[in-house]
Write a protein that binds this ligand. Structure first.
Ligand SMILES: Nc1ncnc2c1ncn2[C@@H]1O[C@H](COP(=O)(O)OP(=O)(O)OP(=O)(O)O)[C@@H](O)[C@H]1O
Length: 247
């Protein structure tokens, strides 16, 4: 049984996630080149950049899926090398492809990460309630709309009470109302002390949500700072070929 994380420490000066000089090569391709950044408790940090910039590779490396040079630290200690240890270290992740079990019900999907735990029923019930999924709880995921499936994926990520939440393109495929609701959820999660690392192509969403932004291009950090600082950085405009925050 995977242990669940301890409650979020109220006051922690240690970054929840520290990525130091991360370098990843796939054969001859350098997917990440000396990437460093951190995410502190309660902070929302966005990782943005054009297609192929290396964003998902950062997530995969944090989750122990990719051989790398450099260091990944979670709460000051080396990140686990096995994905099975992530939940116990307080890490949850959503996937671009959602990764839900289409033949299982909403409730069964949300239950999976906590199934062996004594308080699983209460945790799942609380998530279903918080995500407005109660009316859909006994329906198979295959019967759900895409926005509803995304809410299920988020509920499954949150059911463990993570201390570090990795969101891979959470706004992708959603309409304006769902995106606004998603922003509220992420803000609430961060306000409770969770560190959030967000990969997202929806630039307006990122600009309105993130405390800090790290911009990758061809595996390198080309800019970092607050949304205003990044928006005005000419290197970012260039990387996006002139597509600015109104995209
Ligand atoms: N397992 C792999 N084997 C070989 N190359 C890979 C592998 N995973 C990623 N790459 C390459 O590494 C680079 C970075 O890919 P990555 O998926 O991290 O980019 P990204 O910024 O997440 O892109 P997108 O926004 O399109 O999802 C790309 O050139 C990609 O083709």
């Amino acid at each position: 049984m995977n242990p669940l994380p301890d409650p979020i420490p109220v006051d922690s000066a240690v970054p929840r996630l520290e990525v130091v000089d991360l370098t990843v090569a796939f054969g001859g391709l350098t997917a990440l080149d000396d990437v460093s950044f951190d995410v502190r408790p309660g902070e929302i940090v966005a990782l943005i950049g054009p297609n192929g910039a290396g964003k998902t590779t950062v997530f995969n490396t944090v989750c122990g899926l990719v051989r790398h040079r450099g260091e990944v630290r979670i709460d000051g200690a080396s990140a686990p090398r096995r994905t099975s240890e992530l939940t116990g270290r307080g890490v949850s992740r959503t996937l671009q492809g959602l990764g839900l079990f289409a033949g299982l019900t909403v409730r069964e999907n949300v239950l999976l990460p906590v199934a062996a735990h004594r308080d699983a029923g209460e945790r799942v019930a609380a998530q279903l309630r918080a995500r407005d999924l109660e009316p859909l709880a006994e329906r198979p995921v295959a019967a759900l709309s895409y926005p509803d499936r995304k809410r299920v994926a988020l509920a499954r990520a949150l059911v463990t009470d993570p201390r570090l939440l990795l969101l891979d393109e959470p706004a992708g495929g959603l309409g304006a109302d769902d995106i606004s609701g998603l922003g509220d959820v992420v803000r609430d999660v961060a306000a409770a002390g969770c560190a959030v690392l967000l990969v997202e192509h929806h630039v307006d969403f990122v600009m309105g949500l993130a405390d800090r932004i790290v911009v990758l291009d061809f595996g390198r950090v080309i800019a970092r700072g607050t949304p205003d600082e990044v928006r005005d950085d000419p290197r970012v405009e260039e990387a996006y070929l002139g597509v600015k925050a109104t995209a």
